[in-house]
Design a protein around this ligand. Structure first.
Ligand code: IVH
Length: 749
């Protein structure tokens, strides 16, 4: 099966990072407050003298208006221009007076009330920046064998002879958050977090406060994007936490959270007060090449004033990589900052270019992670969560235990076989020992992955512990829960009548890689799901919320936890998402097996929603043939898509949703203007100048579709040496046939 292995994750991801929890202000909850204002300038604005209880409505409204203007002006001077106009005391007096009047006349509270704002930043939080080149992640390896396989994969892909050794760079993988810095004409013009890889948050003002980040660079390409990791050193982290604890503020759980919370501040003054560091490790868009090798490029960045990790080395072949990994691992505890592995990159940039990318990771790099951390604790219970596709996921409730610096109280138990001690084929795992409530269990976690149970201690099993009885009905809707033959997962058969599936699908719909609606996260979805008047039961309901019975706003602003501003902001955020990119839309539908990668592949293949719709609502056999012809989409995913569109309730929900949306066509980067864009190409025979895999990947990167067999839809057959029946079939169908040299000339290689 070549389907991307993508399905749901348990509803509560126990590994969710604290830094990912948005609270709408961009600040980590409980962060130290905004620093005090300067007290240089005398009070310039009158905070009002009449006792509040003598004001009538008209006077109060007029004064609130005056206060809003004065406070906005003071905020702009302070935050925007770094030049305060009034003293701290005067500013506080204005805010206090404003709050007193609002308390007495709640109905007069303005939609732009200064009480609802922190600083002068826009209420929506950070601006967005689209990365000129996507910020990708890295494929992971945990064992030396996987490192050798990485090297072997690269040689196979490039078709290198057995005696040719590949040279790599190896450097620590810093446990922080990635940042992209864009320099134009040698000046730093913006800085963005990774975000979803395509669009990040604009943290330019904050990045400028880091001593490790140069503001100007001499003698560099006109456009130069530097990528690297923002992190916090152990000593700095401890001092920061000690200060926060002394001031009675919340402390950070670990240096990574502290770094993320400090960079993602709406007020750059807070970032400036935080001890952040930056290692540069790569680049994004460039108007001209930096060097010929990765190492030379890093040396060049060092000469420009960036800090390059001092443990970066050149290694010839996988054995040298593993040796350097061992050295770094041995010094890990003394480095003074957190690392979670070693990153390997092919040194020769021409080879990097030829290797290119899979959908979210480069083929030329690998993260060799340190082994997982483990700890023993007691399994206190097993909860069953119902996911968006109905999967019943058992979750271990653990007596909280510290695993490598993180307090863990949940772990995944995968499925019923895993609890019973067998794999999907019925073969024993853990020597066949099952997992029972009350057992002493060994928990492990590696990096960001969800904690798991590695082992159990039979000698500590309580006498009363009984084998776990996996539920046969859905714990949420009581529909039968069944296991299809060959499926390791038991699923609720309730479909959209199951409230758990409905809620999980909605949470998925608004999630970061899907509609990503600011102010509408998992918590809010649960609130709206349970609300009678403002019910959100299916995605289309989100887009009718504002106009619901002509009173959406009036109702929402009176709900606990909401006010006029937050309600307004939510409706604005929803409206903004009426225009949505095709791949996000497809991913958001939450169709089983269709993850982010698959959604991208579908969007690139079809280009428009109309084309997707036409395929999936047309004859099923034609749809199956077209879908499985897309590289990366297999029969299981194809069938899942077809089934979803054949189900009347699903179709109705999709149609109702689409009526509110403007789905934008997929971009086909590089496709425009390429000689092969839009063509369906088939390769056959032996290619001598590159492997089949490389030829295929390059063709796709240039906008062609690569199919496995010749049909009337084929535009071009590239026949290598010894081409046989496919060439004959192409001739018979009148398909153009060219040889390898002609193909290379066509793509300009
Ligand atoms: S190279 C194309 N090098 O790891 C991918 N990444 O798991 C370029 N990271 O998002 C990444 N140290 O935030 C690279 N020396 C290093 C790194 C590193 C930390 C992070 C980075 C990336 C994540 C991928």
């Amino acid at each position: 099966m070549n389907d991307a292995q993508e399905d749901e994750t348990p509803a509560t991801d126990p590994s969710a990072k604290a830094s990912d929890q948005r609270n709408g202000t961009g600040q980590v909850p409980g962060d130290p407050p905004v620093p005090k204002r300067s007290s240089q300038n005398p009070m310039a604005i009158d905070a009002g003298h009449d006792p509040v209880n003598t004001l009538d409505e008209a006077a109060a409204a007029a004064e609130l208006n005056r206060l809003a203007q004065a406070i906005a002006r003071a905020d702009t001077a302070y935050h925007g221009h770094d030049a305060p106009e009034i003293s701290d005391a005067a500013y506080d007096a204005l805010k206090r007076r404003n709050a007193e009047i609002e308390n007495r006349f709640p109905a007069l509270k303005r939609t732009d009330s200064p009480s609802d704002r922190v600083g002068a930043a826009p209420a929506e939080g950070f601006g967005k920046i689209r990365h000129a080149r996507r910020m990708l992640s890295l494929a992971n390896a945990f064992t030396p064998d996987e490192v050798s396989e990485f090297d072997a994969r690269i040689r196979r892909y490039l078709g290198l002879p057995a005696d040719q050794v590949i040279r790599y760079t190896a450097e620590p993988k810093i446990d922080g958050l990635s940042l992209s810095l864009r320099y134009e004409g040698g000046r730093l013009v913006h800085a963005a977090t990774r975000g979803d890889g395509e669009t990040g948050e604009d943290v330019t003002a904050n990045a400028r406060t880091l001593a490790d980040i140069p503001q100007t660079l001499a003698d560099v390409p006109e456009v130069l994007e530097i990528r690297g990791e923002v992190y916090m050193r152990h000593g700095d982290f401890q001092r920061l936490n000690a200060r926060a604890a002394e001031a009675g503020n919340r402390t950070f759980a670990n240096p990574r959270n502290a770094a993320a919370g400090s960079l993602r501040q709406l007020d750059p003054r807070i970032t400036r007060s935080r001890p952040l560091s930056f290692f540069a490790y790569g680049w994004g868009a460039l108007s001209s090449p930096l060097a010929e090798t990765q190492m030379q490029a890093l040396e060049r960045l060092r000469a420009l004033g960036f800090t390059i990790n001092p443990l970066t080395r050149l290694c010839d072949g996988p054995q040298a990589l593993i040796a350097h990994y061992r050295q770094i691992e041995a010094t890990r505890a003394d480095l003074g900052y957190d690392i979670d592995g070693v990153v390997y990159k092919v040194d020769d940039l021409t080879l990097q270019e030829r290797l290119g990318f899979r959908s979210t990771t480069p083929r030329w790099a690998l993260a060799h992670k340190f082994p997982a951390e483990t700890a023993w604790t007691v399994l206190e219970g097993i909860d069953i969560q119902v996911g968006r596709t109905g999967a019943l996921s058992p979750v271990a409730r653990l007596r909280p235990v510290n695993v490598g610096g993180v307090l863990v109280s949940n772990a995944t138990l995968h499925n019923e076989d895993y609890i019973a001690g067998t794999d999907s084929r019925g073969a024993p795992i853990r020597d066949g020992r099952d997992i029972r409530i009350g057992d002493r269990v060994q928990v492990y976690r590696a990096g960001d992955v969800i904690p798991k149970i590695a082992d159990i201690d039979l000698s500590a099993r309580p006498n009363a512990a009984a084998p776990y009885d996996f539920p046969q009905v859905c714990p949420e809707c009581h529909s039968p829960a069944v296991r299809e033959p060959g499926d390791s997962v038991r699923r609720c058969t309730g479909g959209l009548v199951c409230p758990a599936q409905q809620v999980e699908r909605l949470k998925h719909f608004v999630s970061r890689a899907a509609f990503d609606i600011e102010g509408l996260g998992a918590k809010q979805i649960e609130m709206f799901f349970a609300d009678e008047q403002l019910a959100i039961r299916q995605p289309a309901d989100i887009f009718t919320l504002a106009e619901r019975d002509g009173a959406g706003l009036a109702r929402l602003k009176n709900r606990p936890g909401w006010g006029e501003t937050s309600a307004d902001n939510l409706f604005r955020a929803i409206k903004a998402r009426r225009t949505i990119a095709l791949h996000r839309f497809l991913f958001a539908l939450g169709i089983r097996h269709v993850g982010e990668n698959a959604a991208q592949l579908l969007a690139r293949h079809f280009g428009t929603w109309a084309a997707v719709h036409a395929c999936l609502t047309g004859p099923a056999d034609a749809a199956l043939a077209e879908l499985t012809n897309i590289n990366g989409i297999g029969p299981v995913m194809a069938q899942s898509l077809i089934d979803a569109f054949a189900n009347p309730a699903e179709r109705a929900a999709i149609d109702a949703l689409v009526a509110h949306l403007d789905i934008t066509d997929a971009e086909r980067p590089q496709a425009e203007g390429s000689a092969v864009s839009g063509l369906t190409v088939v390769f056959t025979g032996t290619l001598t100048r590159m492997t089949r895999a490389e030829a295929k990947a390059r063709a796709e990167a240039m906008g062609a579709r690569v199919a496995g067999s010749v049909s009337a839809k084929t535009d071009l057959l590239v026949a290598g040496e010894g081409a046989g029946s496919k060439a004959a079939k192409a001739e018979a169908l009148g398909v153009k046939v060219i040889d390898e040299d002609a193909w290379l000339a066509l793509i300009g290689a």
